[in-house]
Write a protein that binds this ligand. Sequence first.
Ligand code: MN
Length: 206
Amino acid sequence: MAFTLPALPYAFNALEPHIDARTMEIHHGKHHAAYVNNLNAAIQGTEWENKSLEEILANVSKLSPAVRNNGGGHWNHSMFWEIMAPHSESTGSPSGALADAINGTFGSFDKFKEDFSKAGATRFGSGWAWLCVTPKGLEVCSTANQDNPLMDVEGARGCAGKPILGVDVWEHAYYLNYQNRRPDYLAAFFNVINWQEVAKRFAAAK
Ligand code: MN
């Protein structure tokens, strides 16, 4: 079973003005599609071609750089589309157990936002910032390139846990609209986080 590009759960322009339609169209239809195609090519005919993506990522240190880069790219973007949604009252802020955990770990939602945005802004070059569930509680961290906390590689070791929220800080995620202003993109991202979906992932990860 080859991996396939998941459909976007909303229209390309659904996240405007925070993330523009053209960026979404290229990001999903070109960048993510390429990760899927390259991942399939890298595992075709190997013992990994029928494994789950999570199992591949958990063993990725034994596999080629192509699997690491494109398998990570496929997992990361599949999550990224799901944890965003058009801004609305119901998606605007965390509630319930997730809100309690965020307040318990970071002190307040604003402090979490500051820490998460800083992780994204200070990741040098391309990568991702994450909010993870760890045995000790919630943790913010970042990884380079398409690495993620599910991988058994050196670059992901400071970022252990189950990711429940991630933001893409590659320039292709924001350059058309924000150019060099990554912090502005990160501030805008907070307007389109689908907190209901993050809460679902939080409940499943605990
Ligand atoms: Mn991307």
